[in-house]
Design a binder for this molecule. Structure first.
Ligand code: ADP
Ligand code: ZN
Length: 614
């Protein structure tokens, strides 16, 4: 045993010597990133030459893809540095340039380089000893939490800095109150939510609103990103989570924010060959920590994701992330409010009309809008203006669309019309059918892959569905496509989701609920969940091919009937469809009362001819 161990080590040592020789030839001591003056440094940040800025004592280092590329000197505190970067028009944060502070006033870069051989040697020795003893990699302290206590203590942003998400703010107000006066709740024996999930597309302010919640409550804010946990060594993520929560509990009351929780919180055990070990352990540790909170642990965990559908159900159980707060892409009003928030403190010309800008920027996220204002300020400075004019704002729209940051998509005018008619079709049909759920909101603000959406509000909780309800549900789903057909005479891909849903309803009516007259009250097919294939449901055909054909023809029959009925309704209310859809194009979102009112409005005579759209 022993002899073997030394043999192995000798081999390692030889490799090490070779490595060191290499390292020396590649890194002549003191070759650091290029030193430039502050202005050049800022210019490289603006032109995208760097993606991270690190403050390291009196040196600031610009890093691109983890490699330091430039450095400059800056004498002053972190806050002063952040302020001057922001003043210079640099967009810091998740959607801009990352910012990091290194502790100590030592120039680590060059120090590291000069000590690199020694360090390497030491690390390797340690590693050898550790692996020889069969211990894990804890010794490296990889596990120390990288959670940053933002700006040293409490964030200065408040709800006033977050615009256009009033519902979410309302829900988070409760968290603020709990963090401020927990006694008030505990006296009443109330169970305080431990975790809340912020759900929404990127750049719509999830991080911002989490930070603002801490700011409102005046408590520390710890943030970490799920993707950081996906680390090389097994066990590191878990210990990092442990450290993070230890630190948080010591600083309670406080907020822990886990960004991109889907990176670690995917369905466990999905896919062949088991899940990703590291992710799974990290996720387990998060759950263990949250379960370990007792009723007076004053720590609230907020997590953000744009894919709630792929999260492990264990995360969503009571006592964990059992509350969801939706943070949607902003509509016109929201966009106007966000523009106003970011225009604050910038000299805006009198003629600059934020409402007009809001109307021209469908599909823009909060981050895009913040970018837009920033671009406009830069343009104004270039044009030697004293203030930011409307022209600068308009010119910036294209720059943001073309810019690398733009992740969402911008829809054309024609697409917007199509989506509006489609959604209005759903809503109208729901209104006209006795068994459909009432319409809660209609919107053409894109969400994920969907162009628009119509949200229904079931009047009561249902455990039993009826044949009639299924029928109306299918008609409502198909009315979107019917509206496109009636108004424009063309078919689009926008109805794909609807069609899938309809087909599924029809199929289940026949094969699961025995609702087919022809085939009678029985079920067809044996379903089983194949755990090792993830969530996939496998259906076994336990009927003849002839029956399969009959099922298909029954499905077709149900769907065709529903579509015919949808076309009838849409054709009958064609004029009303046009009237409501046109309002939807202007307002982007119609709530229940507005929608109802639009249905009752007397139609202007121009609509009575039911002229086709466009
Ligand atoms: P997410 O975490 O949802 O990806 P962020 O919170 O990081 O988005 O948003 C990025 C930036 O976009 C914020 O720092 C802010 O400047 C701007 N922003 C996004 N949403 C809003 C909003 N609702 N109100 C004001 N600013 C916003
Ligand atoms: Zn639809």
């Amino acid at each position: 045993m022993k002899a073997k161990w030394w043999q192995g080590s000798l081999l390692y040592l030889l490799v090490l010597v070779a490595l060191l020789a290499l390292a020396f030839s590649f890194f002549p001591v003191n070759k650091g990133p290029k030193e430039v003056d502050l202005n050049t440094f800022i210019e490289s940040a603006k032109t995208g030459l760097i993606d991270t800025i690190q403050q390291d004592g009196t040196t600031i280092i610009g890093v691109k893809n983890e490699k330091p590329v430039v450095r400059a000197s800056f004498v002053g505190s972190t806050k002063e540095l952040i302020d001057s970067l922001k003043d210079a028009g640099i967009n810091l944060g998740d959607n801009g340039i990352k910012f990091d502070v290194k502790t100590g006033g030592i120039d680590w870069g060059s120090l590291l380089l000069s000590f690199l051989p020694l360090l390497l040697f030491g690390a390797l020795l340690l590693f050898l000893f550790r692996s020889a003893r069969g211990a894990n990699t804890q010794a490296f302290n990889f596990g120390k939490s990288r959670a940053r206590l933002v700006s040293g203590d409490k964030p200065s942003v408040t709800f006033a800095d977050v615009a256009g998400v009033d519902e979410a703010k309302g829900e988070l107000q409760e968290v603020v109150e709990f963090l401020k006066t927990p006694q008030k709740f505990l006296v009443l024996g109330a169970r305080i939510p431990r975790g809340m999930l912020l759900v929404g597309p990127p750049g719509c302010g999830k991080t911002l609103i989490a930070k603002a919640t801490a700011g409102e409550a005046g408590v520390p804010f710890f943030s970490i990103s799920g993707s950081e946990f996906v680390e090389m060594f097994v066990g590191v993520g878990a210990s990092r989570v442990r450290d993070l929560f230890d630190q948080a509990k010591r600083s309670a009351p406080c907020i822990v924010f886990v960004d991109e929780i889907d990176a670690v919180g995917r369905h466990r055990g999905a896919g062949l060959g088991g899940g990703h070990d590291e992710r799974e352990q990290t996720l387990n540790q998060i759950l263990v920590e949250m379960d370990g909170f007792d009723s007076n642990t004053n720590v609230i965990v907020l997590a953000a994701t744009n894919r709630p559908d792929i999260l492990d159900p264990a995360l969503l159980r009571p006592g964990r992330f059992d509350r969801h707060i939706v943070i949607d892409q902003p509509d016109i009003e929201g966009r106007k409010a966000i523009l106003a928030v970011h225009a604050k403190g910038k000299p805006l010309a009198k003629e600059a009309d934020l409402e007009v800008i809001a109307r021209q920027t469908p599909g823009f996220s909060g981050a895009d809008l913040s970018n837009l204002i920033n671009e406009a300020a830069i343009l104004a400075a270039r044009r030697n203006r004293k203030d930011v004019g409307h022209k600068e704002l308009e010119d910036s729209i294209d720059r943001v669309i073309a810019g690398p940051e733009k992740k969402g998509r911008v829809i054309t005018k024609k697409e917007k019309e199509l989506i509006a008619y489609h959604e209005t079709g759903h809503a109208l049909a729901a209104k006209m059918l006795p068994n459909a759920d009432p319409v809660h909101k209609v919107s053409i603000v894109a969400r994920g892959m969907m162009g628009g959406w119509t949200r229904f509000l079931p009047t009561e909780e249902r455990h039993l569905e009826t044949y009639e309800r299924f029928k109306d549900m299918m008609i409502v789903s198909l009315a979107g496509r019917a509206a496109e057909q009636v108004a424009f005479g063309e078919l689009t891909t926008g109805a794909q989701n609807d069609l899938e849903k309809v087909t599924q309803i029809a199929r289940r009516m026949i094969t699961e609920f025995g609702m087919s007259e022809k085939l009678g009250p029985r079920t067809f097919g044996k379903r089983e969940e194949l755990v090792f294939l993830g969530k996939e449901i496998h259906e076994q055909q336990n009927y003849s091919d002839k029956v399969a054909e009959e099922i298909d023809s029954e499905v077709e029959h149900l769907v065709k009937n529903a579509y015919t009925r949808a076309l009838e309704i849409i054709t009958e209310y064609k004029a009303r469809l046009k009237y409501v859809a046109e309002q939807l194009i202007v307002k982007e979102t119609l709530d229940e009362s507005t929608f109802e009112a639009l249905l009752k409005d007397p139609l202007p005579s121009s609509y009575l001819q039911a002229a086709p759209a466009s």
